[in-house]
Structures are given as C-alpha cells and as structure tokens.
Design a binder for this molecule. Structure first.
Ligand code: NI
Length: 171
C-alpha cells in the first residue's frame, strides 16, 4: 500500500469530469487500496480518484478514519439517484488546504454504484455521510466545494490562496 500525492486546487485534473471505470481490474483494486491508505493518512473522511491525479469515477469514504472497518465505503461509478432537503455546514477538502466554509448540500440522498467485486450497491445517506458523498461525487464532475460558494466568497478564497502561495506556504 502506498500513500499517494494529493493534488491541490489549480491543477486541471480537479476541474474535468472523470471517466467511468469500465473494468474493475487489479489496477483499480490497487488504486482503491492506495486511496484508502492516503485518505486515512491525511487524515480525511473522503477521497475521490481525481484528487490523486486519476480521472476515474472512484471514491472512498470512511467517517471513522480507519477506526471501524464496517464504515469504509469504496464505490465505483457512484451516481446520485435521489436527493432531498438541504443542510448547511462547514466543510473542507484535502485539495483545498486550510479553507473551511459553510456549504449547502442535500440533507438526504441515495447513491448507486458498484463495490470492488462488481456488485451493485445502493447507499441511502443523511447528515454527514450525505454531505461527504455529495462532496466526493462533485469531485467526479470536476467540481470543488468552493465552486458551490457565492462568486464573492470564491474570489476572496482565491486571493487568500494566492497570498498563501506567495508566502511559500506548502499548499
Ligand atoms: Ni474534497
């Protein structure tokens, strides 16, 4: 298992739609395992393949951050098939270090996808799990959480990120 480099905001891979996984082969299984490792190491509760520079529809989620195996979700080609309500809470992203903002998300959603054995999986989620799934699936559409903020807020964040870069902060 390897710890992969997490791609940061500004890299084109984060802003293009990811391609569906066609074959769940050994490469995909290894990628998923490395993504789980990278997510736990970060630490984070979710990761999408574009964040490790692989433009494929694959996500990992673990609200327990490695504490509870039953909470680990690896989903291939996830798709939101139903959503309802709204929730607003602060969130961040491993690809947008140091920035935390309140983001509007669906309160509840149903996601259909496949596990690594190729079996269809349906997840019905609410609260934080719905938030994370929505966030990770956004990554697969080339969308970061800052893209869900108002244009004014986004501009302010861009300036903040530029300043950090000028200071030589490692982001
Ligand atoms: Ni993210």
């Amino acid at each position: 298992m390897a710890v992969l480099e997490i791609i940061k905001i500004g890299h084109p891979v984060l802003s293009v739609p990811a391609k569906p996984v066609v074959n769940i082969d050994q490469t995909i299984v290894e990628l998923a395992s490395n993504m789980v490792n990278t997510m736990h190491q970060a630490p984070g509760i979710g990761l999408a393949a574009p964040q490790v520079n692989v433009s494929l529809r694959l996500i990992t989620v673990d609200l327990s951050v490695g504490e509870n195996k039953d909470e680990l979700i690896v989903m291939v080609n996830p798709e939101i098939i139903e959503q309802e309500g709204e929730q607003k809470a602060e969130e961040g992203c491993l690809s947008v270090p140091g920035i935390y903002e309140k983001v509007l998300r669906p309160a509840r959603l149903a996601v259909k996808g496949y596990n690594l054995d190729g079996q269809e999986v349906l997840i019905e989620a609410q609260d934080i799990l719905a938030r994370v799934l929505s966030h990770e699936i956004d990554h697969l559409q080339g969308k970061l959480f800052v893209d869900r903020l108002s244009p004014l807020k986004r501009e302010m964040i861009k300036k903040r990120l530029k300043k950090e870069l000028a200071k030589g902060t490692n982001i």
